[in-house]
Design a binder for this molecule. Structure first.
Ligand code: MN
Ligand code: MN
Length: 451
């Protein structure tokens, strides 16, 4: 397998580094599903994409070359470019998720203990709890008031903002408190230390007073969605700046590159191109904004109707579709070789990683892609001069995971996982290679041309 940095031209390297500057900005400025989708819609509109709802309301018809987006509750998005062929021949779909592991505030989060104010959290997705201690944290989200007003929260990113943290115990007294003892109820965020004038619960009340100055009442936190995430921007990693250290690269690295691949394509594709950005992947893809919801199918039904096609056209389109489930995979970690199989792992800087199957144990829960489809992709990637690796995630019985691939496979379409390998996956700060980020973008661009 070729290392992308080897024998690379100066020009190729420049392209990678410049692409990754924009990528770093995207993940630094968008740390929630809502923020990612708002920015994605902005980028799409700049390229001429139109809201599906406008087309429906104005009873517009749809034709080849049309660029459309649909947004579900601000947390899931479908971006479509109508191709030259009838949609019955199938879509080329790339789907990524924009939710990442984090801590969510509970509905009544503020409490006080020993003259300190804290926020109670419930973690979201698979985390190693100890990694969230003693780090600068930021609060991102929305507070929805009874009168319909929505207050956006973003505290901890600006240099002048305060940050938050979850305290860890000093090593001197940690004989009986080990990493494995850190449980979900211990992830309490330090939020204040000045008392209000009240008789009782003055430390908690001081937090409420500050919230009140932001037009947020205690009860309003019941209808809020506030996410605790690592504070600070993504950074270049290494003396050679070959890597990126950033929060939420699972799976915003694939979300950003997939969307960019669609938006940067200036031509009308043969087959209709679709980019899917979904929520809730990290908790099983359930919920109205997750891949299991019917939103995606409903959007395509609307478009099929606006194209003037009978309903059966959509069924045919779905089963004739190709899909890349663009999600990250584990990169081989020289610090922890034991759960990996050296010969079948993804390596950093060796290109986009395809996983025929994910799942655990005997491939349980995976879609296990068809070899006919894989052969087609090999030819496509070779013809487009893309560097890629076919990999597995760890030793057979070492553990496992899943993506949205199996949900899309339910339509009878061909699906395979293809994404960027990471180190530190699901940690507050994850590592990617810039070469892989750019190679994924190139691979997704090529995929939209698959006939
Ligand atoms: Mn993922
Ligand atoms: Mn994940």
């Amino acid at each position: 397998m070729k290392n992308l940095w080897e024998n690379q031209t100066e020009e190729a390297r420049k392209k990678i580094f410049s692409f990754c500057e924009d990528y770093k900005n995207f993940i630094s400025e968008n740390k929630t599903e809502r923020e990612c989708l708002a920015q994605s819609v902005k980028m799409a509109k700049e390229k001429g994409y139109v809201d599906l709802n406008e087309l429906i309301v104005n009873k517009r018809t749809v034709k080849q070359g049309d660029k459309i987006f649909a947004l579900n509750r601000g947390k899931m998005g479908v971006f479509i470019k109508i191709g030259k062929k009838s949609i019955e021949e199938g879509f080329n779909i790339i789907g990524a998720h924009v939710d990442s592991p984090r801590l969510d505030l509970k509905a009544s989060p503020v409490y006080e203990n020993s003259e300190l104010a804290l926020l109670d959290t419930h973690y979201y997705g698979g985390i190693k709890k100890y990694q969230w201690l003693a780090n600068p944290l930021a609060l991102h989200g929305v507070v929805c008031k009874k009168d319909g007003k929505i207050i956006k929260i973003n505290i901890g990113e600006d240099q002048n903002d305060p940050v938050f943290t979850i305290s860890d115990l000093l090593p001197h007294l940690s004989k009986d408190v080990k990493v494995d003892n850190i449980n979900g109820e211990m992830l309490n965020v330090l939020v204040g230390g000045i008392p209000a004038k009240q008789e009782k619960n003055k430390f908690k009340h001081n937090v409420y007073d500050i919230l009140k100055s932001m037009d947020i009442l205690e009860q309003d936190l019941i209808s809020a969605e506030i996410e605790v995430v690592p504070a600070g921007r993504a950074r270049d990693l290494g003396l050679d700046r070959s890597m990126i250290l950033g929060y939420g690269q699972d799976d915003r690295v694939c979300a950003y590159t997939s969307l960019k691949a669609l938006l940067d394509d200036e031509e009308i594709p043969e087959r209709t191109s679709v980019c899917l950005l979904v929520d809730k992947e990290e908790i099983g893809s359930y919920g109205a904004t997750g891949m299991s919801s019917k939103f995606f199918e409903n959007v395509l039904a609307e478009i099929n109707f606006l194209l003037g096609n009978p309903e059966i056209s959509l069924r045919r389109a779905l089963s004739n579709s190709y899909m890349l489930s663009s999600d990250v995979t584990a990169g081989f970690d020289p610090n922890y070789p034991s759960p990996f199989n050296k010969d079948s792992e993804a390596y950093l800087a060796k290109g986009i990683a395809f996983n025929k199957y994910t799942g655990r144990g005997g491939k349980s829960g995976s879609n296990d892609a068809n070899p006919e489809f894989i052969a087609k992709l090999r030819r496509l990637m070779d013809d487009a001069n893309i560097t890629y690796q076919f990999t597995e995630m760890g030793k057979v019985d070492a553990g496992g995971g899943g993506t949205i691939a199996y949900i899309m496979a339910k339509y009878g379409m061909d699906v395979i996982d293809a994404g960027v390998p990471l180190l530190n996956m699901h940690a507050p700060w994850e590592v990617s290679s810039k070469a892989d980020v750019y190679e994924a973008y190139k691979a997704y661009k090529a995929f939209y041309k698959l006939k």
